[in-house]
Design a binder for this molecule. Structure first.
Ligand code: FE2
Length: 236
């Protein structure tokens, strides 16, 4: 495998119902790369604070409930962002969003009959350090039903958006958890070519685990090349 296209899901994947309507019916038009798409605007550490990367604290609105802490299992999600030559990518802006422990988003279109958590907003951001590393503290998201097919449930997942060296280099993908029995039934996961699916599954790590506090998962992201992390929908 030499390029990222071989690891990408197709625009149209019938098992993932909404792609039938939204997939382009004509071949994409390649746009010439302008200098500004390579050079401008870039992100730095000032674009994200420590609180932005702590989803257990950045959404607290009701300190009288559970001591102001969101409910659910605390987890640490950390990793390194690399380019096609395995070089760390510093200054990459990572934004993530997710359901709460009950499988519910803070979003007006989420009609799942599960409780919202007044102390969990479900979004955060971080900028990779000089070695390409990032780290979030969050709550393990719950599975939730979706209307794609009968008895369809999304595996627990965290949505990721990355801006690389400039605003024109963007990757949107999803993190999954190892051993999730719903993965084998999930059309979004299966839209990714089989050889590349494991790249979307975080690895449990005792080294990343904080003793007595939170389990740790490692999710490295490769932005381009044959080992690139596949795209995944920002919906679902
Ligand atoms: Fe989702």
């Amino acid at each position: 495998m030499t390029n990222r296209a071989e690891s990408e899901p197709p625009f149209l994947y019938p098992g993932y119902k909404s792609t039938v309507l939204r997939a382009p019916t004509q071949a994409p038009i390649a746009l010439p790369k302008a200098r500004s798409t390579q050079t401008g605007p870039q992100y730095g550490a000032a674009h994200a604070t420590a609180l932005d990367a702590d989803l257990t604290k950045n959404g607290i609105t009701a300190k009288h409930i559970a001591g102001g802490q969101p409910l659910g299992e605390r987890i640490i999600v950390t990793g390194q962002v690399r380019d096609d030559r395995a070089r760390p990518v510093a200054g990459a802006l990572i934004e993530l969003w997710q359901a709460n422990a009950a499988g519910r988003y803070v979003h007006s279109s989420d009609a799942h009959d599960a409780p919202l958590d007044p102390n969990f907003f479900g979004a955060g951001k971080a900028v990779t350090d000089a070695h390409g590393h990032y780290c979030f503290l969050t709550i393990k998201p719950g599975a939730y039903p979706w209307g794609n097919h009968h008895n369809g449930w999304r595996p627990a997942h965290i949505h990721y958006s990355l801006f690389g060296a400039s605003i024109a280099s963007r990757l949107i993908t999803q993190l999954y958890f190892p051993g999730d029995p719903l993965l084998q039934h999930d059309p979004i996961f299966h839209a990714v070519p089989a050889h590349a699916r494991d790249r979307l599954v975080a690895q449990f790590s005792l080294d990343a685990t904080a003793p007595g506090f939170a389990l740790g998962y490692v999710f490295d992201i490769v932005l381009s090349g044959g080992q690139a992390t596949p795209l995944a929908s920002s919906y679902g």
